[in-house]
Design a binder for this molecule. Structure first.
Ligand code: ATP
Ligand code: MG
Length: 351
């Protein structure tokens, strides 16, 4: 599990320390351009490489780390990620895991490798990154080979597509997985449990309609389908790290509730550490309520710029303990505006 991240001179993170919880759900909020995606992409890249570390010597690891970060961020050289403020030329990243630590540095001049100054970490479990857009519907049209020829998107899309290409194991579902997918039955979403893949096309069976290919499935369902499929094909494994950037995209609040429940179950039954970046009121509210009801481990993080335009990170176990909450502040503003309009109507005798 990631216990602590220390960032110095990494993009918008000039000097920040973040303490995560795990196993459990870490929810990161903040206005646009406050570094949520940058943070997740960095952590994902590092864990991705460390998971495969067994096959690499230290020299190879320096190059692989830079290569993965470059491909995930789509920058030409790793030095582009050093904070652009006068006088700063270096980036230092420290990640403390429950079993070990990695420290690496690079400067604006670094292109193809990082300097690893500390490497005391066991092989880590794998990391999965779910970006805002779904990829399920692109697989049968050759997304993987298209990416291999032309790196048109962040490598997180490619990594996810490769995972989705792994077939489902034969035989009965394991108890843990069956327990998790019960949430689908309870929510009248059994059709998302009935997935099969033929020629890289995903199908679900819908009662009364028959088999539906993913392209005909609602966008929101396709997102949930990715998560379900990754659980079923065992790409999401016990102890894994899951990063999900804006799960709310295309989802109605009723589906958001389902996803939050599944994420908490993954933390409890699969001992996973999960990271969610969101702008959504329902994501934070349902997480807060469901965690309280069931005593699930949850921590909120708010990224915001202070008066000097410097990024700050605040955290709290309870939603309303956050002093800077870009979502709730906006919610209150719209609520007050609504109340004002109703009062105006009342005063004019229209209600
Ligand atoms: N090398 C750099 N130096 C300084 N700041 C940088 C650097 N690279 C990126 N940034 C800043 O980081 C911001 C992007 O952060 P990020 O994409 O993580 O935002 P976000 O919180 O995910 O926003 P959204 O909610 O819109 O997705 C950029 O808008 C830019 O201001
Ligand atoms: Mg983002």
């Amino acid at each position: 599990m990631i216990n602590r991240v220390e960032l110095e001179g990494f993009t918008i993170f000039r000097n920040n320390v973040i303490d995560f919880i795990g196993p459990g759900l870490n929810i990161v909020i903040g206005k646009n351009s406050t570094g949520k995606s940058l943070l997740f992409k960095l952590l994902y890249s590092v864990i991705y490489v460390l998971h495969r570390k067994g096959e690499l010597n230290k020299e190879e690891l320096r190059g692989e780390m830079a290569k993965k970060i470059k491909n995930v961020f789509m920058v030409d050289k790793i030095g582009r990620l050093t904070t652009r403020i006068q006088g700063n030329k270096r980036t230092k990243v420290t990640i403390k895991f429950s079993h070990g630590e990695i420290v690496f540095e690079f400067s604006t001049r670094h292109e193809k490798s990082v300097d690893i100054t500390k490497l005391e970490v066991d092989r880590l479990q794998d990391a999965i990154f779910i970006p805002p857009k779904e990829v399920v519907s692109m697989l049968s049209r050759g997304f993987v080979s298209l990416y291999e020829d032309y790196q048109i998107m962040s490598e997180v899309y490619y990594d996810l597509a490769k995972r989705l290409e792994k077939p489902l194991p034969k035989g009965k579902k394991e108890g843990n997985i069956a327990d998790l997918l019960k949430v689908l039955q309870e929510s009248d979403l059994e059709q998302l449990d009935r997935i099969y893949v033929k020629d890289k096309e995903f199908y679900t069976y819908v009662a009364g309609v028959g088999n539906l290919e993913s392209k005909l499935l609602a966008e929101g369902y396709r997102k949930l389908l990715m998560l379900i499929y990754l659980i079923k094909n065992k790409e999401i494994k016990r102890g894994a790290y899951l990063f999900w950037d804006e799960p709310e995209v295309n989802l109605n609040p009723s589906l958001i509730k389902v996803i939050i429940k599944i994420m908490f179950l993954l933390s409890r039954k699969f001992k996973m550490q999960l990271f969610v970046a969101t702008h959504d009121y329902f994501v934070i509210k349902y997480s807060d309520l469901i965690a309280k009801q069931n005593k699930y481990p949850l921590k909120f993080f708010s990224l915001y710029l202070n008066n000097e335009n410097k990024l700050q990170v605040e955290n709290a176990k309870e939603l309303y303990d956050l002093k800077h909450n870009a979502i709730i502040e906006e919610f209150e503003e719209v609520y007050n505006l609504d109340a004002q309009i109703i009062m105006d109507h009342v005063n004019k005798g229209r209600v």
